[in-house]
Design a protein around this ligand. Structure first.
Ligand code: NAD
Length: 512
């Protein structure tokens, strides 16, 4: 039984969620808190046989669930949202303990879950199709949407619960079942969410067994989910390296995938930018969540006329921002997830120096001893967009580049393999509209006078190129969890063919 004050805290939180304490000990997977490196739990991994069974059950659950009217499915999601509202502070704290997010960001993640549940409840009465004019007399064409089947959700450590909800809330109202494989680094928050869903199911009066399940494990169990033909949709969030494997494997069996992969997000600071607002926005976007958001600001492209005003201030913020434990005090920058993340950060900074970069900040900070990994955010002035600047390093490093012409800035912004999020700071309408136009940012998200991070659930979330092309959350992202069916209906007594084709057989021959 792991013993530390954080482990005690986790145990009492999970027991309040009615998670069986026996699941937290004796297993082969150690779950550590990035806050101090202490072991929070030793949990058992789902065996391949149990995963096979869970996927089968999820498939059977789908067959029953799809028969329930969508607004009733929405009622179940409404109850999930109620549980999340009632347990927001406990689940938010668990996110902080398991991932190391500062308290307000842990709570914000749960708020995002509540928001998507609300959205999905409304959506459950709006899964609209079209009525399309037919070219044939006495004919009608319609389009309707049907559920896909089992939706597999593979999630990353950095949004351990919100990503599940973006997928699950929509998938459930659309009539699907959900099998979730959370990150191996964050199974505890997943077990807590599953327990809340079980409560909502009881209040609902029961849902088909296996409608939502959790598989605990790493890559192998993820691959089992990916390869199973009964899993109609695989929504995978994580690194581009993972997405390349998952995307190919799902395509090989003609399954559908929603890929939400790495980003390398940039902001352009134009001469007309409000520099005070820009400074605050850039600090949050680059240093918040210790640089561990897919939408974290990683490259700042600054016009030469404002460079000397803005960049020294940013370097000062990096040198002075509070780095520390998210449970003691009010630090703005918490820990990196593990030692590998710190090593990757230091390797990227070495490469940047070798490529002529000037590094401000970026050093390791001793907060809770050797087994935890805190770092001061780095601001790195680069002569060119080369080496580590075109890669995603999942840590708080902000590379700064200088530009003269807006076209050059947009080319730099687009000149990386990833295409998730982007933004521009300024008040010149021409420059802003150019950035938002087809010749502008090539990303899935393009913001104005704010950083690239911190999306709301109302819009579709996702990005292009090596970010994978998937969209989740708001707008019409729900369509990815449904299959489209086109219906042509003849309510007349003749059989006119489309495109004027004639195909006359002798009258009465059908009865001959
Ligand atoms: P990761 O790729 O290491 O792991 C993500 C998930 O994929 C985990 O659950 C892991 O077990 C699983 N996985 C790994 N290999 C697999 C395989 N071959 N088959 C099936 N599953 C496999 O990512 P991470 O370190 O947990 O998260 C950080 C990365 O996630 C960053 O690149 C970040 O940009 C990205 N991310 C993207 C978004 C987005 O919406 N675009 C959101 C959050 C995080």
């Amino acid at each position: 039984m792991p013993s530390s004050s954080l482990a005690d805290d986790v145990r009492s939180l999970l027991s309040a969620f009615e998670v069986d304490p026996a699941t937290l000990q004796g297993g082969s997977r150690l779950v550590r808190s990035p806050i101090d490196g202490s072991t929070l739990a030793e949990i058992a991994e789902t065996s391949s046989k149990a995963a096979e069974h869970a996927i089968g059950q999820a498939h059977d659950a789908f067959l029953a669930w799809r028969r329930l009217p969508a607004p009733q499915r929405g009622e179940f999601v409404r109850l999930i949202g109620e549980e999340l509202r009632a347990h927001k502070s406990e689940l938010g704290r668990l996110v902080t303990l398991e991932v190391g997010k500062i308290v307000s960001e842990g709570l914000g993640e749960v708020q995002e879950m509540i928001d998507i549940c609300d959205f999905a409840v409304g959506l459950s009465r709006q899964l609209y199709g079209l009525v399309i004019p037919s070219e044939r007399p006495d004919h009608k064409m319609t389009e309707q949407w049907h559920p896909m089947g089992v939706v597999g959700v593979i999630s990353a450590f950095n949004f351990p619960v919100a990503v599940w909800s973006w997928n699950a809330a929509l998938a459930l109202v659309c009539g699907n079942s959900v099998v979730w494989k959370p990150s191996e680094k964050t199974p505890l928050t997943a077990l807590a969410v599953q327990a809340l869903v079980a409560r909502a199911a009881r209040k609902f009066g029961g849902v088909p067994e296996g409608l939502t399940t959790v598989l605990v494990g790493g890559r192998e169990i993820g691959e089992q989910l990916v390869d199973d033909r009964r899993v109609a949709v695989v929504s995978a969030t994580g690194s581009t390296r993972m997405g390349r494997v998952v995307g190919e494997r799902v395509a090989r069996r003609f399954g559908r995938s929603i890929l939400e992969l790495g980003g390398n997000n940039a902001s352009i600071v134009t001469p007309s930018a409000d520099l005070d607002l820009t400074l605050r926005a850039v600090a949050f976007a680059a240093m918040g969540t210790a640089g561990q958001r897919c939408t974290t600001l990683r490259r700042l492209i600054v016009h030469e006329s404002v460079y000397e005003t803005l960049v020294p201030k940013l370097a000062r913020v990096a040198r002075t921002i509070s780095v520390g434990s998210p449970v003691a005090g009010d630090s703005l920058v918490g820990p990196l997830v593990d030692g590998d993340a710190l090593a990757a950060m230091q390797a990227a900074l070495s490469k940047a120096r070798a490529a002529g970069g000037t590094v401000h900040g970026g050093e390791r900070v001793d907060v809770n001893g050797e087994r935890s990994f805190y770092a001061r955010p780095a601001v790195v002035e680069m002569p060119q967009q080369v080496g580590p600047v075109v890669e995603e390093t999942f840590a708080p490093i902000l590379y700064i580049l200088k530009y003269r012409q807006i076209e050059e800035a947009i080319a730099l912004q687009n000149g990386v393999p990833q295409g998730l999020s982007s933004s521009i700071f300024g008040n010149d309408l021409r420059e802003i509209e150019l950035f938002l136009s087809a010749q502008g940012s090539d990303c899935g998200i393009a913001n104005v006078n704010m950083g690239p991070s911190g999306a709301e659930i109302g819009g579709a979330f996702g990005g292009e190129k090596e970010t994978g092309g998937g969209r989740e959350s708001g707008s019409d992202a729900w369509k990815a969890y449904m299959r489209r069916q086109t219906n042509a209906i003849n309510y007349g007594r003749t059989l006119p063919l489309a495109q004027g084709v004639t195909f006359n057989v002798e009258e009465g021959s059908a009865n001959a």
